[in-house]
Ligand binder design. Structure first.
Ligand code: NAD
Length: 246
């Protein structure tokens, strides 16, 4: 009897930070990975790893999401999990010029992409007999923060999108969950970490008193996609050093 095929996982926002850590962790553990991003350089590095296929594209566009699933099926023959992780930061002050245009883009990248990602992945997951979707929300979706109203709104939307789609797909053996990272050391937060006062403000309110390593986020994504989490669906798991418990 032939050995079972290695699972295939799609990761968006894979060129940097949490997505990169996830793509690397899954590749190390024997998954084949389709890595999607708008950043060519980061993708090229991932593309040198065994069993990683890359796709350059904007996840706010439906065509990127359908092409990513097609790539998984063409290259690897199946899809088992989708990690919908790509995201961008704040829209700036609410009353500033251009805030609404920035908010529309923020919503497209942080929320529309998750809707499109689920829509594209579900038929392929169904064909595999089921599967797992994990979106990256944020502790900012669970609480208010000063000055990040737009970002917080998008991340709260992801939490309820995950709940509702989990209900719709549970009977098809497709699980939908999210992680809610706290402050994690990535390109997104590099400016904050470089500013000692701001960094101390952030770590001061985290019970663990430190930033998270992206790999700590990837480990929880790994768990949520794994058979160990086979009865877990519709939840958002904070991975935040206790911030949301505080
Ligand atoms: P990051 O900037 O290091 O990585 C994000 C990746 O997404 C980048 O490679 C970027 O090119 C890609 N990306 C952005 N827009 C895209 C688009 N339209 N299409 C395709 N790819 C796109 O940041 P990160 O911290 O790793 O962020 C990953 C996710 O984690 C985001 O959804 C972010 O909101 C969330 N998050 C981060 C933190 C944190 O503290 N770093 C906390 C909570 C949630």
């Amino acid at each position: 009897q032939a050995a079972p095929a290695a699972p295939v996982t799609l990761v968006t926002g894979a060129a940097s930070g949490i997505g990169e850590a996830t793509a690397r962790l899954f590749a190390e553990r024997g998954h084949r990975v389709v890595a999607v991003d708008v950043q060519e350089e980061g993708l090229a590095k991932l593309g040198t790893l065994d069993g990683v296929a890359t796709l350059l594209g904007d996840v706010a566009e439906e065509s990127t999401n359908t092409a990513a699933v097609e790539l998984a099926l063409e290259r690897f023959g199946r899809l088992d999990a989708a990690v919908l992780n790509a995201g961008i930061g704040g829209a700036g002050p609410l009353e500033a010029p251009g805030a609404i245009e920035r908010f529309d883009r923020l919503f497209a990248v942080n929320v529309r992409s998750v809707v499109l990602g689920i829509r594209s992945a579900v038929p392929a997951l169904r064909a595999s007999g089921g599967g797992s979707i994990v979106a990256t929300s944020s502790v900012s979706g669970l609480r208010g923060d000063p000055g990040t109203w737009g970002y917080n709104a998008t991340k709260a939307a992801v939490i309820n999108l995950v709940r509702a789609t989990a209900i719709d797909y549970a009977a098809q053996n497709i699980r939908v969950n999210a992680i809610a990272p706290g402050g994690t050391a990535t390109a997104l937060t590099a400016g904050q970490i470089a500013d000692p006062d701001f960094s101390a403000f952030i770590t001061g309110r985290i019970p663990a008193h430190r930033w998270s390593d992206p790999r700590e986020q990837a480990e929880v994504i790994w768990f949520l996609t794994s058979p160990a989490a086979s009865y877990v669906t519709g939840v958002t798991v904070p991975v935040d050093g206790g911030l949301s418990a505080n």
